[in-house]
Design a protein around this ligand. Structure first.
Ligand code: SF4
Length: 355
């Protein structure tokens, strides 16, 4: 994930900029990269750059650099329809990444926190996408979410928890009966073994209760830091960073870390934010990764944090094409939860038997 910023479509007249300002955020589309090269770009200079870029005849440059009048017009038009249709902010135009000086740590912190604020505006309803009613249910659902979608887990767990409501029930389960329930989540034999072993450990070592401390949670079979932080952050209110595949990919694209190791990623990102931000930051990053900043083809042209992202251009930059890459509620489609929170702007997902 490389460096860039603010640009042609990132003018203060873009819907994204207006939205940021009206919300009280200090971050706008055109000034979003404070502390970086983009921070030096004012609306006036950006407009000048726009005109210069628009005169360039290179087809490649025109398609890659949203600092062209054509792209600016496209972005404004698309942004208006997108805001109405999906609530997503438009993709303002980042500037070129070339010859960018190294970003100081202070500037990195400022940019990281701006990204978090922009994501909070883009996903005010961000939340854990696993359905659960207790720490035990969240723990089991998180373990089951390996190698499958949260939606598939949500479609499977109602039957699982109805049959085995407590750790004692699950620990004593007949493996074949449980395998039949867990089959839709994939790797169902291994997952059956895992949740039975995990439930037995809860029963035998923690009195049938899920412990509320990281150091205890990670002693449970099949529970690593990621799962432990999910449970702590969402069932116990203890701040935690959930370094899953989306989190890791996005923070590397943002230039917050270059690490691949999840623990190093976690510690690098932890340095940029107060603890109180950790849990919601995790949700926002995961929401953004699932909806816009996809692994193979990020929808850069429809991304509300494009001016702050050094990796702008890694994906589709054409606003109209990028909009077609959006997923879930950003595309007017159902989310992953059967029981989404009241403020979720999309429809609920369907139960397994109805899907
Ligand atoms: S979609 Fe991802 S890579 Fe593209 S600008 Fe947005 S955050 Fe950056």
């Amino acid at each position: 994930m490389s460096e860039q910023t603010g640009g042609a479509t990132g003018t203060t007249t873009s819907p994204g900029a207006t939205r940021a300002t009206s919300s009280g955020s200090t971050s706008t589309a055109s000034t979003g990269s404070t502390g970086s090269t983009a921070s030096k770009r004012t609306s006036r200079t950006a407009a000048s750059a726009d005109r210069t870029a628009a005169r360039k005849t290179s087809k490649t440059a025109a398609s890659k650099t949203p600092a062209s009048k054509t792209t600016a017009r496209k972005t404004t038009k698309t942004a208006a329809s997108k805001s109405a249709a999906s609530g997503a902010a438009p993709a303002p135009a980042p500037a070129a990444a070339a010859a960018k000086p190294a970003e100081s740590h202070a500037a990195l912190v400022r940019r990281a926190r701006r990204i978090n604020r922009e994501l909070a505006e883009a996903y005010p309803y961000a939340h854990p996408e696993l359905d659960f009613d207790s720490p035990f249910q969240l723990l089991i659902a998180t373990v089951l979410s390996a190698q499958t979608t949260d939606l598939r887990v949500n479609q499977t767990t109602p039957a699982l928890f109805a049959r085995y409501p407590a750790p004692e029930d699950m620990a004593a389960a007949d493996p074949e009966a449980m395998e039949a329930i867990l089959r839709p989540t994939g790797f169902f034999r291994a997952k059956t073994k895992s949740v039975i072993g995990l439930s037995a450990a809860l029963r035998d070592r923690f009195g049938g209760e899920v412990p509320g401390r990281l150091e205890d949670l990670v002693t449970l079979p099949g529970v690593g830091r990621k799962t432990a932080n999910v449970v702590l952050g969402n069932a116990f209110g203890v701040p935690g960073l959930t370094v899953d595949t989306h989190f890791g990919r996005l923070v590397r694209r943002f230039g917050w870390t270059t690490a691949q190791d999840p623990e190093k990623v976690e510690s690098d990102v932890a340095e940029l934010f107060p603890k109180s931000d950790w849990t919601m930051l995790s949700h926002r990053l995961i929401f953004h990764g699932r909806r816009i900043c996809h692994s193979r083809k990020p929808a850069c042209g429809a991304c509300p944090i494009a001016p702050l992202c050094p990796s702008y251009g890694e994906g589709e930059t054409d606003p109209a094409k990028a909009e077609k890459l959006l997923k879930y509620e950003k595309a007017g489609a159902p989310g992953q939860r059967l029981k989404p929170p009241a403020d979720f702007p999309g429809p609920a997902a369907k139960p397994l038997e109805a899907s």
